[in-house]
Design a protein around this ligand. Structure first.
Ligand code: ASP
Length: 440
């Protein structure tokens, strides 16, 4: 028997019916022993997430404004779930205590965390499993997660506990204050619990059937990704593909525990399996295509710049001192381009250009806006002959002008820079070449 840690997101726990459905999934597999829950999410497009409403309560209360009307909506939603599930343990006192604490000036993190807390209590009672509070296990110190203490506490509190429901998103610091992760952080709790109990699998149940090969807003009905390595996922998420909280990958990756992304509404779908190494032969050499718009390219030209051993350091330190992260640095013999996100350089551009002129003394300096970056990702891709040629051929046939090319040393991505206006066409053309091309 292996141990599965299963995390369920907010849309999977939005009302009593979804709680029932989650319980059914949990019971289907005896290995699903530790269940981590989010706070109830939206039931439809116009609805509110419980966490958003709790944060609203905090905001109002901290400005000495009435928060009770918003809290009444939260109360009604939890009561509806409680009633719908036919639970018996009194919920009133739990909600009363939270309301009182908010009135008494409870911290923002405490308020935000209560959705997961109550959600966990309700599911635990419905399943008839113990509720183990994350405040006892997830430890923060100096504003950061203390992972060593956390794993120790998880082992301490869960060893000998056959099954448990655990609230996601929060923990506690050494002084007993509740501390939350950033939004979407229940994914991290799930990963920490999986690692702490040495699970064989971390299941992450959400509202999509895993990762898709490309953004469905650009490519109609893209193929799902059945399996992907942690490294490939990192490249794709960095370029914009989001399903999982970015920090959720690290704890399980270190221990080689696979993550299975599954759709609560369509449990029969295979989902995406995130693995340390690719073992299956993939249908396409490319695993996924993702990208982002709105980068700026700052090009520095200087004859024989390579003979100045401190040139690169001076150039990089200008961006460092202005706190602008560098996304990429393609170069030629007498020029170097620095690619940064438009949002990061906004309001600082004039100063940065001025400092480059002073410290680097370039022959020419230009700054070009509106570049989009598209990453073509696939493990082992750079060992295969002709992959780059297919990418460039596809773009040439579409009349897309390539402004930059970079083939990472990670051996699994090709990055192309194109005009913002060509972004969608680029993604589409690359997708068609690799997916349609390989069907034939
Ligand atoms: N409920 C929190 C949020 O809405 C955390 C989570 O769902 O992971 O961000």
């Amino acid at each position: 028997m292996q141990t599965i840690t299963a995390k369920f997101g907010g849309t999977s726990l939005a009302d009593a019916d979804s709680f029932r459905h989650v319980a059914e999934i949990v019971r289907q597999h005896a290995d699903r022993r530790y269940v981590v829950v989010s706070a109830p999410g939206k039931r439809n497009g116009k609805d509110h997430k419980i966490t958003d409403m709790l944060l609203m309560c905090y905001q109002l209360a901290s400005h000495q404004l009435r928060f009770e009307d918003v809290f009444a909506i939260i109360r009604a939603r939890f009561e509806e779930i409680h009633r719908g599930l036919g639970l018996r343990q009194a919920l009133g006192p739990v909600l009363d205590e939270i309301e009182q604490n908010i009135r008494g000036g409870a911290s923002c993190d405490y308020c935000a965390s209560r959705g997961e807390h109550v959600s966990g209590l309700l599911l635990a009672e419905y399943l008839g499993w113990p509720f183990v509070d994350s405040a006892q296990m997830i430890r923060f110190g100096g504003g950061r997660l203390d992972d060593k203490a956390t794993y120790r506490l998880i082992r301490q509190h869960l060893s000998g506990v056959e099954r448990a429901v655990i609230p996601g998103y929060y923990g506690q610091d050494g002084e007993g204050n509740i501390v939350t992760f950033s939004r979407g952080g229940s994914d991290i709790t799930g990963a920490l619990v999986a690692r702490g109990v040495e699970a064989g699998l971390y299941e992450n149940w959400t509202d999509v059937s895993g990762f898709l090969m490309a953004d469905p807003a650009i490519v109609p009905d893209p193929r799902p990704i059945r399996s992907i390595t942690y490294k490939e996922l990192r490249e794709l998420s960095y370029m914009g593909a989001q399903v999982l909280h970015e920090e959720a990958v690290f704890p399980v990756r270190e221990a080689g525990i696979p993550i299975h992304i599954k759709n609560t509404q369509r449990p029969e779908d295979p989902g995406t399996l995130i693995v340390p190494q690719q073992t299956e032969k993939k249908a396409t050499i490319v695993t996924g295509i993702a990208g982002r718009k709105d980068f700026r390219v700052i090009s520095v030209e200087k004859a024989r710049l390579r003979e100045e051993s401190d040139f690169l350091r001076k150039l990089i330190s200008v961006f460092e001192s202005n706190e602008v992260p560098i996304e990429n640095m393609p170069s030629s013999i007498d020029s170097i381009s620095v690619i940064v996100s438009q949002a990061a350089i906004q309001n600082k551009e004039k100063k940065i250009l001025e400092e480059i002129r002073i410290y680097c003394q370039p022959d020419a300096l230009t700054s070009m806006p509106s570049m989009a970056l598209v990453a073509v990702v696939g493990q082992g891709m750079n060992h295969e002959t002709g992959v780059a040629a297919r990418v460039f051929g596809a773009l040439a046939r579409q009349g897309v002008n390539i402004r930059m090319i970079s083939q990472g040393s990670s051996e699994m991505n090709i990055l192309v820079g194109v005009e913002n206006k060509d972004f969608e066409r680029t993604v589409m053309a690359i997708y068609d070449t690799f997916v349609q091309g390989e069907k034939e």
